[in-house]
Unconditional design. Structure first.
Length: 469
């Protein structure tokens, strides 16, 4: 059990330290953004090592931690090691709790450089935003941790009794393949009363959000095969089902006419959502003027509480290489988002069953590369949740909004399994215009400043919490 927090101490000084440290935090963030650390094997893996070492140096530089290491964990079922992660720890003193701060230093590939207004790995400030790959997702999360620790450590000094574990992962964008093993290998060092996962977003650039629900995910590769070999489309077209036509017909069965998911067995969650207009959706998502939204129910219920199915990749003859040929096979990658409350396995089973039952013309289907993750619902009754909401309100000047998120953070299920007693707080520095994973990703600078102030207040207030038996 935990007693209520004692009155916070020296908060004006801590907020002043956040303000004076803001330029240094932005400078350090820019240096991190310049490192193109991507966990996919196709990219230079030495950059991830550079990135991990840079984060470790930042953690050491706070002067707060007793131990800072760059570590790797094995990938279950293989002989491979995962990507380098940073683990920094300091022990709690005088009966104070411990907080675990999580973020990740790897980033998504930039995609087509021509779509970026400025080079993706050259951090650029314009219109109150910092542009660059990873500027928001999730190197700003790293710097929110570092900058808040700096401020609290600077002001409280020897009065800082709070235990802190900092875990900066190196392969979140690549599926966190060694995450569960890392938790198991370092369970004692990572054990905490509260866990802050700084990898989400806010309601808007001036209103903080505490993420209380996340959708799960089910991603897999599907090969559709109808012919033993390619054939002349003029000679056999009209009598032989080519793989492309078959795939198109099959995929179309996944959705109703309004675009909602038509897969029996994929569930939805009934929960109220805040007001959110179609105009806001159009602005934040970049919906073209003549294109209508899809689905039914409130807009946020479609994004937060219902499933979605998207075809995110396809292997077929390119336009440039097209010929009058019936394709023998087509391969697609399907990514489904799963409503909170349903497991990724249950959703995948429903999808596979649906596709097999609806395969046209007896097409041969092959499923592979299945990747599953469960959703998450936060218990909002804990003392750490209350402290976080209060810190957000005081740092932003407005009350936070409880958010659902349409995206997925599957490793949270691993945290829940390893640390069932910990309160998990999903926060972030992004706003709806951050464009994470897209060209011209950016960070709203005022949001970042307020996020640092929020976490600094949270750390200071947790430092006033005494654990009781």
């Amino acid at each position: 059990m935990t007693s209520p927090a004692i009155p916070p101490i020296r908060e004006p000084e801590i907020l002043e330290a956040v303000a004076t440290g803001h330029p240094a935090a932005l400078s350090d963030l820019g240096r991190l953004v310049r490192i193109p650390g991507m966990a996919w094997p196709a990219f230079d893996q030495t950059q991830l090592e550079r990135s991990a070492e840079a984060v470790a140096a930042l953690a050491t530089g706070t002067g707060v931690f007793d131990d800072v290491r760059v570590l790797r964990a094995g990938i279950p079922g293989t002989e491979e090691l995962g990507q380098p992660a940073v683990l920094a720890t300091r022990a709690a003193r005088n009966g104070r709790p411990t907080i675990l701060l999580y973020a990740h230093h790897d980033v998504q590939p930039p995609g087509d450089d021509a779509l970026w207004e400025t080079p993706p790995f050259e951090p650029t400030v314009r219109d109150g935003r910092l542009y660059g790959r990873g500027a928001a997702d999730d190197k700003a999360g790293i710097m929110a941790h570092i900058a808040s620790i700096r401020a609290v450590g600077e002001v409280l000094g020897d009065d800082l009794d709070l235990g802190i574990a900092l875990f900066i992962e190196g392969e979140e964008e690549y599926g966190s393949r060694s995450f569960a093993q890392f938790l198991s290998d370092n369970k004692d060092a990572l054990r905490a009363d509260a866990i802050v996962v700084a990898d989400s977003g806010n309601w808007d650039s001036v209103t903080p959000g505490l993420t209380v629900s996340l959708r799960g995910n089910a991603r897999f590769t599907l090969r559709v095969r109808t012919l033993a070999h390619a054939s002349h489309s003029g000679m056999f077209g009209g009598a032989v089902p080519d793989a492309m036509m078959t795939t198109v017909k099959l995929l179309s069965t996944l959705w109703n006419d309004d675009g909602s998911v038509a897969v029996e067995g994929m569930t939805h969650r009934d929960a109220a959502t805040p007001e959110y207009t179609e105009a806001t959706l159009r602005d934040e998502a970049g919906l073209l003027p003549a294109t209508s939204p899809i689905g039914d129910g409130t807009i946020l219920s479609r994004i937060w509480n219902k499933p979605a199915v998207t075809v995110i990749g396809i292997d077929a003859t390119s336009v440039a290489a097209a010929s009058n040929t019936l394709l023998p096979e087509v391969t697609v990658v399907i990514s489904a988002r799963v409503a909170p409350g349903q497991t990724g396995q249950e959703a995948y089973d429903a999808l596979e069953r649906h596709l097999r039952e609806h395969a046209p013309f007896g097409a041969e289907l092959t499923f592979s590369d299945v990747d599953l993750g469960d959703g998450f619902l936060v218990d909002t009754s804990g003392w750490a949740v209350s402290l976080t909401r209060d810190a957000m309100r005081d740092a932003y000047g407005v009350a936070p909004v409880d958010l659902g998120v349409g995206g997925s953070i599957p490793f949270i299920a691993d945290l829940v399994r390893e640390f069932p007693e910990a309160q998990i707080l999903v926060t972030g520095v992004e706003d709806p215009h951050s464009r994470a994973h897209s060209p011209n990703e950016s960070l709203h600078l005022d949001t970042f400043r307020r996020a640092v102030a929020t976490e600094a207040l949270l750390l200071a207030r947790m430092n006033g919490v005494r654990q009781t038996l």
